[in-house]
Design a protein around this ligand. Structure first.
Ligand code: SER
Length: 655
């Protein structure tokens, strides 16, 4: 093998090699494809060239090469569930590629692939295998002539592995893969002594490193194939895998692509890394950090829908694994800097946007962590009674969702780890029932917080007075202590609970000899729960039975309020500049920043952003008076008020 190269050198030598064969280097496109509605995320190097394959080549490109940022977490190519459990699957990865648009074809593609692997990188020929599509005699013969590989090392496979398609529709064609035998390293080595079983078998001894697609068809939505105008080549090589091979590592995670991140995970958590099962959390976190960071840097945001929801799932999976490393606070965002340091040269966008990326990840982590604890405990109790292969009943899946914010797919992941399934139909049924019940029970103020451990003084619901007052005399209806954290429900409260992406209030609960610092206010179903820590005195059945003064930290509240108003200004300005189709998809309002997710069909231009900023700033500088009126919904609408996504409104609304 050649002298050990760093990953940066591997990337560079690939590109140099193809430049020397007349290829133009084209930058990676964003991992969020802004112009292809058939794709959620960029999943292959060829995505940005799709139109060229389909016949539209305005720049007249013939040969190009690059290293493309890819994400495989949804749709046709999806590896999410196995990531971290083995050493070579990833959600985010780089794909080194070379392309011919109606220029060279099978012969050159195969010859150059062989030259790069065996002459430039000096991989031992006896470890390489080629595969071709079952009836592709032409490719088979080229391999024979070019490589001199023995006949049984040029293997034929069916469409599953050797006919590549971009998605349900789009360009496609037969392909030829190159596999590498990593030798006696895997536990299954014995089983796979026979490469015929090893190549394309699920094992980590024989791994695919490079796919050469001979793009000659388009798949139409009725399933039929039509020939493309020209014959093209589309190749993709797994960058992390080739780095592992060239650096003599058995795991991608032991290459310098990952080691800085993994070391940081180990350093910050105090849990050392190894490449066995114990290292799964490190690997999951390192992988998901890359996926999240690049997707966010390229313009996606976690949300409740579509692409954003996939990101939210990835974050929650990572966050769950951070918890296995003992991390009870936001953790993943702390790694963004290392990623920017290791990948900022190849992909400057990650360095430029690292603060924004870290902010988004942190706020998502924090909002998820709030419910994780209680939910995990509950999950353990529920699953303890079930045997492998059994289903977690729909009502329990629903309970985890409804009370602890666990989306059913997260419960699915947790269940899978225990060899369990979830009853999705039952869950859907409960969801519908709840919607019906909610309508019927609107006014009854039912307490749905059924868990144990509460000290209860009185049954009732909380009167919220936070619009009129920042301080109130209050009594505790019930409270519970868990590992030093108090959960308190009051008869009256000026504390605003987290809702619609706006963080809950902080402040103080005070009685004679007892101070409780409230660090968060959350909503569990419709109940406002104050989360606090005793800073003076002791909380017990007696001391908690008295009257308290509840005081909201108004400095923070004012900042939250200002940012809340700013989301409305921002939305109005966006609608003015971009059009009335702009709809809010979610938001996050904190004292220090706000985030506003909205739908629009393309990226905003610099000018549009400037215009929006100017409108918002002008409105702020005008220091317009803010008046509050309570009116019924129809009157509110008539006055020009806009109902927001995801908010439920009562009959009377505050405008
Ligand atoms: N498009 C092919 C793949 O993704 C080759 O780049 O495997």
């Amino acid at each position: 093998m050649a002298e050990t190269m760093t990953s940066a050198q591997v990337r560079e030598s690939f590109i140099k090699f193809f430049e020397s064969k007349g290829h133009l280097f084209v930058r990676s496109s964003p991992v969020v494809p802004h112009d292809d509605p058939t794709l959620m995320f960029t999943n292959a190097g060829m995505n940005q060239f799709k139109a060229i394959f389909l016949g539209d080549n305005p720049k007249g490109w013939k040969r190009v090469c690059n290293s493309q940022k890819c994400l495989r977490v949804s749709g046709k190519h999806n590896d999410l569930d196995v990531v971290g459990r083995d050493n070579y699957h990833h959600t985010f990865f780089e794909m080194l590629g070379n392309w011919s648009f109606g220029d060279y074809y099978k012969k050159e593609a195969i010859a150059w692939a062989w030259e790069l692997l065996t002459e430039v990188w000096k991989l031992p020929k006896e470890r390489l295998f080629a595969t071709v599509y079952e009836d592709d005699d032409e490719a088979w013969q080229i391999w024979k002539d070019v490589s001199g590989l023995p006949d049984d090392r040029i293997m034929r496979f069916g469409a599953h592995s050797n006919f590549w398609e971009m998605g349900d529709t789009g360009p496609c064609g037969p392909c030829s893969e190159i596999h590498y035998d990593r030798g006696d390293i895997a536990t299954q080595a014995e089983t796979f002594k026979d490469p015929i079983k090893g190549v394309n078998g699920e094992n980590d001894r024989y791994i695919e490193i490079w796919n050469n697609v001979f793009m000659q068809y388009e798949r139409l939505s009725d399933g039929s194939l039509v020939p493309l105008k020209a014959k093209n080549v589309d190749t993709g090589m797994g960058f992390e895998r080739i780095c592992a091979i060239l650096q003599g590592k058995t795991s991608n995670y032991d290459t310098d692509v990952f080691t800085p991140i993994i070391s940081k995970v180990a350093e910050l958590s105090g849990v050392p890394y190894n490449d066995g099962v114990e290292g799964t959390p490190h690997r999951v976190i390192a992988d998901h950090l890359r996926a999240l960071s690049f997707a966010i840097a390229d313009g996606a945001l976690p949300s409740n829908e579509g692409r954003g929801y996939v990101l939210r799932r990835i974050l929650r999976r990572a966050s769950r694994f951070a918890r296995l490393l003992g991390q009870k606070e936001a953790f993943i965002y702390k790694l963004v800097q290392v990623l920017a340091d290791t990948m900022g040269d190849a992909f400057p966008e990650i360095r430029e946007r690292k603060d924004f990326v870290a902010n988004v990840i942190k706020s998502e982590e924090e909002s998820f962590i709030r419910t994780l604890d209680a939910g995990l405990e509950r999950f353990e109790t529920i699953s303890a009674d079930l045997k492998k292969g059994e289903k977690i009943p729909g009502d329990k899946v629903f309970l985890l969702y409804d009370t602890y914010g666990f989306p059913p797919d997260l419960t699915g992941i947790l269940a899978e780890e225990k060899g369990l399934l979830i009853d999705e139909e039952g869950y859907e049924k409960c969801m519908q029932e709840q919607k019906d019940r909610a309508r019927a029970n609107m006014k009854k103020g039912i307490n749905t917080m059924g868990s144990e451990g509460w000290t209860e003084y009185a049954v009732g619901s909380t009167q919220f007075v936070g619009y009129e007052a920042d301080t109130a005399k209050v009594k505790v209806l019930r409270f519970r202590e868990d590992k030093g954290i108090l959960s308190i429900v009051l008869d009256t409260t000026p504390f605003y609970a987290e809702m619609g992406g706006q963080v809950g209030d902080k402040g103080l609960l005070q009685a004679e000899g007892l101070d409780i610092a409230i660090f968060d206010t959350i909503r569990v179903n419709d109940t406002i729960v104050h989360r606090g820590k005793v800073t003076k005195g002791e909380a017990n059945k007696d001391t908690m039975s008295v009257e308290f003064v509840a005081k909201v930290d108004m400095r923070l509240r004012d900042d939250i309020r200002a940012n809340h108003s700013a989301t409305h200004l921002l939305q109005a300005a966006l609608r003015q500049v971009l059009g009335s189709h702009v709809a809010q998809q979610g938001s996050r309002v904190e004292p220090g920043f706000l985030r506003f997710d909205f739908s629009h069909f393309q990226a905003m231009t610099k000018e549009e952003i400037q215009q929006v900023e100017d409108i918002v700033n002008d409105k702020i500088r005008a220091t317009l008076p803010v008046n509050t009126d309570v009116m019924d919904v129809d009157a509110a609408k008539a006055s020009g008020a806009m109902a927001l996504f995801g908010e439920k409104y009562g009959e009377e609304v505050r405008v």
